[in-house]
Ligand binder design. Structure first.
Ligand SMILES: Nc1ncnc2c1ncn2[C@@H]1O[C@H](COP(=O)(O)OP(=O)(O)OP(=O)(O)O)[C@@H](O)[C@H]1O
Ligand SMILES: [Mg+2]
Length: 375
């Protein structure tokens, strides 16, 4: 047998070719005749054919045999034998199926592990986010207490001066034996009581403001009142900075859910940013620039909108994209911590609200806070 493949794929074709020789040389090679059989079946008829193909054989071991005869019909007693195998196609072979199964199992295992880890990671991230938010709100209280203290100092200064000058006046007159009419004294004391009441209110404000309200139930609140309360602390300061404050508060405002003090913090932080922005612009502007801050409230689609707009220094796009990041600031260390807006963001989110900003460098900035109304 000259060509003797020993393996063929399932469904494939296998071809045997052979030639023979008469040992006694009485028959020419081309006169020899051959018979063949497959797997011990019937022998074929003798012919000069020296090639035979098979197709679609069953998977497994096979045996092909060829024998020769000469012109005198002498048969070769020992047929040539060619064992061969039909092997399954690769995707049907057990090792391939095993490999794929193994691959599927390993991939499944890895995917499950990834999913489990992803879940754990998400959970950890959520825990971290809520921890961060709590910490942020905690820092919020500290930062705004600082702002509040500045406000309180301004607020207390003026009434204290009134008390001091009145007391000084009375003392001087008594020392110098000057007459003091009862009516005049009453008027002076009423004046003092008035400013002392105002001071008590301011101190009370500070006390209430610094209370932790995170555990307290939400209440329906009037946004305008919150803004007015904030302005009682910042108003004097803005005046001192020469800011022209325009108030445009809607008198038909529905109530929103929440805590007035954190919300007042939002207003105070926005106002202190606006104050810094107009101050910064004033530093680089020619004369004739008027510092202006505009606060507007209005009802809009089941929500209350608070807009705080300034004609300050404005921001470029790169700054605008980062302003809500904790500790992002363009201000000197003694002027800004970079926490203000991240705190505002956390508070507004806790109120299920949204905060957006529009700004143009050198023109101004507008922050818009949207809070859902009480259903
Ligand atoms: N009204 C505004 N006009 C222009 N830039 C603003 C305005 N508000 C915020 N920014 C920019 O956003 C940055 C971040 O503001 P944010 O209130 O978070 O921190 P801060 O004001 O720098 O410091 P902090 O509020 O903690 O004292 C500011 O440093 C400023 O660059
Ligand atoms: Mg700020």
């Amino acid at each position: 047998m000259t060509i003797a493949p020993d393996e063929v794929s399932e469904g494939g074709e296998i071809t045997f070719a052979w030639t023979g020789a008469d040992l006694w040389r009485s028959t020419l090679r081309e006169d020899l005749q051959y018979a063949y059989r497959l797997d011990g079946g019937e022998w074929s008829l003798y012919s000069g054919n020296m090639i035979r193909s098979f197709e679609d054989l069953d998977v497994g071991a096979h045996l092909f045999e060829v024998k020769a005869r000469d012109l005198a019909f002498n048969e070769d007693p020992t047929p040539a034998m060619m064992p061969f195998h039909v092997v399954p196609q690769v995707w049907r072979s057990p090792w391939f199926i095993g490999l794929i199964l193994g691959f599927v199992v390993i991939t499944g295992f890895l995917i499950t592990r990834i999913i489990v880890r992803d879940r754990k990671l998400r959970q950890a991230n959520e825990d971290l986010a809520s921890a961060n938010e709590t910490q942020l709100l905690q820092s919020a209280r500290l930062v705004s207490l600082g702002q509040m203290t500045a406000g309180v100092a301004h607020e207390l200064n003026q009434p204290l001066t009134v008390v001091e000058t009145t007391a000084g006046d009375i003392y001087l007159r008594l020392m110098e034996g000057m007459p003091l009419e009862t009516d005049e004294l009453r008027e002076m004391m009423e004046n003092v009581r008035g400013v002392v009441d105002r001071m008590a209110g301011t101190v009370d404000h500070l006390r209430v403001f610094s209370r932790d309200v995170s555990e307290e139930p939400r209440q329906a609140m009037d946004v305008n009142e919150v803004i007015e309360s904030g302005l009682r602390l910042m108003g004097t300061q803005l005046e001192k900075h020469g800011v022209n404050l325009v108030l445009d508060l809607s008198d038909a405002l529905p109530k929103v859910w929440g805590h007035p003090h954190p919300l007042e913090q939002v207003v105070l932080n926005l106002l202190s940013n606006a104050r810094d922005a107009v101050d910064d612009r004033a530093e680089i502007e020619e004369a004739g620039y008027d510092k202006r801050i505009h606060i507007q409230t209005r009802a809009e689609n089941n929500a209350v909108v608070i807009e705080v707009e300034d004609n300050g220094i404005g921001m470029d796009e790169t700054i605008r994209q980062r302003i809500f990041e904790p500790f992002f600031t363009t201000k000197d260390a003694d002027r800004g911590t970079g926490l203000g807006l991240s705190i505002i963001y956390a508070i507004v989110r806790k109120h299920d609200g949204q905060i957006t900003v529009e700004s143009e460098q050198g023109v101004g900035t507008m922050f818009k806070v949207v809070l859902p109304v009480v259903a």
